[in-house]
Ligand binder design. Sequence first.
Ligand code: ZN
Length: 415
Amino acid sequence: MTYRIYPNKAQFDQLHWARKMHCDLYNAAMANRRTQYKRFGHSVNYLEQQNCLPEFKKVWIEYAELGSHTLQATLKRVDFAYKRFFQGLGKYPKFKAKRRYSGWTYPDQAGWKALSNGKNGYLELRDLGLKIQMRGQARTWGTPTTCTIFFRNGKWYASITVQCNPIRQTGTGSIGIDLGCKDAVTLSTGEKIAKPDFIKEGHKKVKVVSKRLRRKRPPNRNKKVKGSRRWKKEQKRISELQGKISRQREDWLHKTTSEIVSGNSLIGGEQLNVKGMTRKANKGKRKKQKAGLNRSILDVGFGIVGDLLSYKSAEAGGFYVESPTRTLKPTQRCAKCWELTPKTLSDRVHICSNPDCKHVEDRDVNAAQVNEIWARGLERTSLDAELPSSTDCGSMKQLGAQKRQKQRLQRSKSL
Ligand SMILES: [Zn+2]
């Protein structure tokens, strides 16, 4: 749950000071890892850095003011960046510029308090001695566990996680979904949810302002030229617009996913490789086309649809499962006879190539139906589909067991 916080001028400066301090610590920890490795071939781990903190605070006494758990959390961020790199998930971690550093985290209940019952209230940050007004509304409220303070688009926010007893309800139906570029979400019932207009509108506005921005004098840090006042003004305008678009998008995603969850206890989606899908096309004509596709994928925020559905259905006591897109091929498989019909991106209708079936259905609806069927564990062939692996829903294992049982039953029936 993210709240916007409204610091006054003095508090605002203090928050920025703390952000700078955390950024410095982040970069120092990064430098420590780099030099230790380069000079002595020694890879520093998180624990080593954490144990240095008390000494560190003696030398840089300013850090004594900040909560020690928050400093540890910042070191964890460094650790996390390196772990991602070692696992091949990210690039080699870079130093972060102060103006790009987002904020810091209170990893447990120490050092801060939310004086709120889920609605507007105050946020107390004990290490900084601050009590800041905050606004927002949580759908469900419980015991606050962690708090992350961050600065984005000129505004301060507090992201608070709470442990709560959810009150989400779900229907008994099952449904399949397909995410696409033309219609954002297609349901197996044939219903299509269009991409919201505000995204396109927002981008138009950003384009207009960017054009104005290009006519103003930008800063050049190498030549030590500051940006003109008008440049700053336009820059601010752009970040406000982008902030607005991202808030609207988030709102839309929450509403859409909540609606899907509220009617269905079993939801079949598909594994999306957003990173792969949005990878830049380097050569030829496809470049522009791919850029457009990327824009629409990122616009709608598909990357988090799966996460939202997963936690929301878990809260409601339902299940969200993702089909293995590569082996199942929902866009090519026929929802009626389960045969594969190859298609290109531009084929919008599924016409089954199986002469006994000849099933005709909208491409996306068909794919959503395939996902639903897969989710219900009713594959008609002995296709060895992998079981969903990465969902943080605790009862996933149960469902997996159920699924395997069903598969076994089916196999024994067909024998
Ligand atoms: Zn067919």
